[in-house]
Each structure stands twice: as structure tokens, then as C-alpha cells.
Design a protein around this ligand. Sequence first.
Ligand code: FES
Ligand SMILES: [Fe+2]
Length: 411
Amino acid sequence: MQARQDSALPQFPTRGRTMRPANTSLLPVEAYTSPHWFEREQQELFAQTWQFVGMREEWSQAGHYACVDVGRAPLVIVADADGTLRAFHNICRHRGTQLLSGSGQLDSGIRCPYHSWLYSLSGVLQGLPQPDLFPDIQKTQLGLLPAAVETWKGMVFVHTDPQAVPLASWFAGLEERLSPHKPQELREAAVHRYIIRANWKVFVENYLDGYHLRYLHRHSASEYDHGRQDGRFVGLHWTFYQPLSAHGQQKAPAWNAYVPRIPDYPEHVSGAFAPMLFPNIGILATEHFWTTVHVQPVAPDHTLIELRTRLVPDVVGAKEVRTVYNAFAQSQDKPQAGRFDEGAAAQPESLLHSEDIMLEDIHVCQMTQRAMRSPAFGVGAYAKYYEDALPQYQRHILSYVPVRKEAQVAA
Ligand code: FES
Ligand SMILES: [Fe+2]
């Protein structure tokens, strides 16, 4: 077969120049689509900020460890012999192999699989085979490199830099704008994961958007009074609360019968808290539950959303949370049976009609991401007050990952 001549190829108009509309977004489209920007975020944002890794109770036993990647840095968080939490760069000091993966239980130390160097649970190099082959090394100089680890409201955060600003300063002023929950006193009831086909910031921006609540979620979030929402930043972190609507107050007794209110939860803040701790850890909290929404970038257009829900302990003991919610949904004659089903996000056509807040959000995030591939994509305007958070959040991102000249040219 004869090769096609260039002249046989269809002639496209000059790409994008005339079509691309003005974009009110402070972040260029490439910030949501480009592998280059994604890589910069790993290094300039995630490796430079405190990152959520789990709840303190997960390290309740000496020797328990869990590995995470923060930016491109593999870290390991381990409970040492005294039960103190420690974080290290998960990299052997001999030839740099990653020491551990996943999570599990260590006996007394961390042994490198490559040449068997052994570190204590507190990171000290304890021994190595054939030490006579290393006549000049100082073992004290070759302990594991520390990272920072701290706990806040039962949540464990790590930072690649052992000299990072303390977590209390990072979250300064935030406490009084958060919900009154004591997550440490609740018990984890369910973990649900969704892989969505959208950039992680598309999901976060949707999370900050108070405008869509009464439209996209007109049924699924009708228990809340969107007109009385109160959202604002404290430093880099978003705080948000909306009270119960009249409809929500009416339904409250029925809800309470299925998922008891958290004991001592103050009546005057019944409703939904939905803060977003910069850059990527949301919390959803009501008088019934407390859920972390961990937004984890996987690729420029793929994100893992992990929801971990905590309830009062006796509920968890009595019934599985999925059963509790589904039973309630069915009793209300709402088609919410799939609410907590994993994998539902794989069926895009079902999302919009799911009557499930999470699935509805996933649907619009995925559709926005799809549209971003077009040269006609642009953000025309942001709603006053209800969408003010979006450009402000973008500014926060830009303070870590500034637009470079070459990106502007490419845009
Ligand atoms: S790389 Fe770890 S012992 Fe050699
Ligand atoms: Fe939403």
C-alpha cells in the first residue's frame, strides 16, 4: 500500500488560537492536564506540605509500620519500641534501596532486603554483615534519615522535611472553625475508595464550590440549608459549615434512629462541616459521623478518593455502616442503595441519577476533565461569594507551584 502524501491529510485550522476563550481560572489548563505540571506538584507542593497518612490508632503496637510516598519521597512511619511514632525516608543508607513497602508488623528492626543492613525501630544503624568490608564507616552517621511526623485530632501527618513548620503552626487558628468532633473517640466504620478520571484539583475545587449544592445535589443534599452556608479560609485551609434545612430538621429523628447522634454533640451546630485542609485532605462531619476525604493524585487525569468514616463505637459494634445507610435510604424511599458501594464510579451513566452526593460530584468532575481537552474550554466567571474560594485556592496552589514562562507560552 502506498504511503499517504502529506497533502492528503486533512487541513485543520490553526490549533486553538481563535477558539480558546478567556479563562478566568488563575491556573492554566495545563495545571489540570499536563504530566509536567503533575510532576512539579509532586516536588514543589506535596513534598513541601504536611500530608495525611492515617489515624493514630493504626500504629497502636510497637513495630507497626506503614509506607507512603510523599511527593516522590518514599517514607515509612513506624511505632518504635516505646510506641513513639517516627517517620523516616524509606531508603537504605548503604546503596539507597527502598527498605519496606505496604504496611505490617516488624519484630525488632528494619532489615534491608538487599545486603541485610539492620536498623532499629528508631532508625539507628545497628549492624551489617561482614563489617570488616567497611573499615572506614561511622555507623552513627548512617542511621535512617528522619522525616517529620505529628498527630493532630487523631490524624497522623508527615512531612519530608524534619525541620518543617510544626503542625500546630500549620493549622493555627483553624480549630475554632472546625466541627466539635473528637475523632479519637469515634470508631472507623467504613473505608471507601473511588478512582475518578479527573485531576485532583478538579475534585478539590468542586469540594470548595458552594454554588452547585442546590442544583447538582438538589435531592441528595436537601437536608442542608445552602443559603446559610458559611465558608472561609483560615490561612491556606478552607473551612465550611451549613446548618440543617427545615427538611433536614424534619428528617433528623428518622436519621437518629438509624445512626445515633454523637453523644454531647451540640444541637446548635447540627448540619454539615466540610473543611479542606491544604492541599488535599477534606473532612465531612455531621452530628452523626466524621469522615476524612483524602484526595490523592494518581496521574494528571486520575485521582484516588479515599473516604474513611467514623461513627460512635456502639453503632459500629451493632451494624455495618453500609447496612445502616442503605437501610435508611430504603426506608426513605430514595434510590440511595449504592451510596457506599465501591466501584460505582465505574458506571458513569448511573452517577448523575444516583441521588448520591459523592457520585454526583464524581460525574461533574469527570465531565469537566473531559471538556478540558478541548481548545474551547475556559472558565467564564466565578459566582460571587459561593465560588470565591476557587480563585483563592488557585492562588494558594500558585504560591507553591508558580506558572512558569514556558507554561504560559504553551498555553
Ligand atoms: S542497599 Fe540496603 S543493605 Fe545494601
Ligand atoms: Fe458536591
